[in-house]
Ligand binder design. Structure first.
Ligand code: FAD
Length: 342
């Protein structure tokens, strides 16, 4: 049987990391092409803050989410400790998650994966007079465009072909590819008609405030201050079912005021840039094999989309699972080709 031809649709974080994982674990036995309508800096992944603090997917068992987070954290921590760390834009950041009300579970499921997780002391809480509980820990942050460009560079080094192409229907790829991996983010709603997938609009500000060194996240996750290498990300909003990609000036002021109330020194922040992205949201990530067929012809599909507010936190874990599903598709193709020879 000829080497299976694999197409990965989507060049956001999920498509790039999935294509890279396939190239790393299934080398030489397949050819891989990445097809995407948009590339960095024009994807949702470019807008994200890139913090590794998990979002919870209600439709996925916690032990699975924990495993995805652990794999992602371990992978990025290794990169951050290597000579590649600065080019890949991955760095450690320490800070606080603060709450106004007592928590149901004071220790989240990911507390033993981030570094140095502990409850905040009374002295630390003095910094936040409106809050009376908090957690302190060190986690990782990806600088989004540099990390996406680093992934793209790794793909090219692994022989993956990259093409700009909008795919209107997965079936249009059936004569050119044996397996298609769908990593189209919010684009999957139109591409495969998934009505369970919906946008949650997020507006953020990127500001120059190099004196801010620690992250601060208000417990409900709506207001946050995430310092990166070149700018500080201030957030945010969560607007369910809004498809609007234009920044809203009233929202910009509201985000800025909320962040200043957590960290008053931000009043002096300069060079405010506003970004908007649509989180591809679902009750669970769709990680699944599917067989499309028409008139006796078949196309094997692996879906990997719907990462919502937490793609950066789990991307390596879901890429690993998608690559495993691609491996199963290759085995199925090999099985059917040897049966055909008999
Ligand atoms: P995208 O980045 O949207 O990529 C989809 C790709 O598919 C694009 O290249 C697109 O062009 C392509 N495509 C779509 N349809 C087609 C088609 N028909 N044909 C060809 N190509 C197609 N997550 C965290 O873990 N931590 C954070 O701190 C964080 N902060 C965030 C802040 C904001 C404001 C937002 C909006 C999101 C944030 N996220 C965060 C979530 C994270 O950004 C997403 O989970 C992640 O970027 C989703 O990646 P994706 O590759 O699935 O989607």
């Amino acid at each position: 049987m000829a080497a299976p031809r694999v197409a990965v649709v989507g060049a956001g974080l999920i498509g790039l990391s999935t294509a890279l994982h396939i190239a790393e674990v299934i080398p030489s036995c397949c050819s891989i092409t990445l097809l995407s309508e948009q590339f960095s800096p024009n994807t949702t992944s470019d807008v994200a803050a890139g913090m590794l603090i998990p979002h919870t997917y209600p439709g996925t068992p916690i032990h699975v989410q924990k495993q995805w987070f652990k794999e992602t954290f371990t992978y990025l921590f290794t990169i951050s400790n290597s000579a590649e760390g600065s080019e890949a834009g991955i760095h450690l950041v320490s800070g606080w998650q603060v709450f106004k009300n007592p928590l149901e579970a004071e220790v989240p499921f990911w507390s033993d994966i981030v570094l140095g997780f502990r409850l905040m002391s009374a002295a630390e809480l003095q910094k936040f007079p409106q809050h009376n509980h908090g957690q302190a820990f060190t986690t990782l942050k990806c600088e989004c465009p540099p990390y996406l460009l680093w992934l793209e560079k790794r793909l090219k080094a692994n022989g993956v072909q990259i093409q700009t192409r909008k795919v209107a229907d997965l079936w249009e790829l059936h004569s050119e590819y044996d397996i298609v991996v769908n990593c189209a983010g919010i684009g999957a709603r139109q591409l495969v008609g998934d009505q369970q997938l919906f946008p949650i609009r997020g507006q953020v500000l990127k500001v120059h405030a190099p004196w801010v060194k620690n992250f601060i996240r208000d417990g409900d996750g709506l207001t946050y201050i995430y310092p990166g290498i070149h700018s500080v990300t201030l957030g945010g909003t969560r607007e369910k079912e809004s498809w609007c990609l234009s920044p809203d000036p009233g929202t910009t002021k509201d985000i800025f005021d909320r962040c200043c109330s957590l960290e008053p020194s931000l009043q002096r922040a300069q060079d405010i840039r506003v970004k908007v992205g649509l989180r591809p949201s679902r009750s669970c990530v769709r990680l699944q094999r599917e067989v499309l067929s028409q008139g006796g012809a078949k196309l094997l599909v692996v879906h990997n989309y719907g990462h919502g507010a937490g793609g950066f936190s789990v991307h390596r874990g879901t890429a690993k699972e998608a690559a495993h599903l691609v491996g199963e598709c290759i085995a199925a193709l090999e099985g059917s080709s040897s049966k055909a020879k008999l």
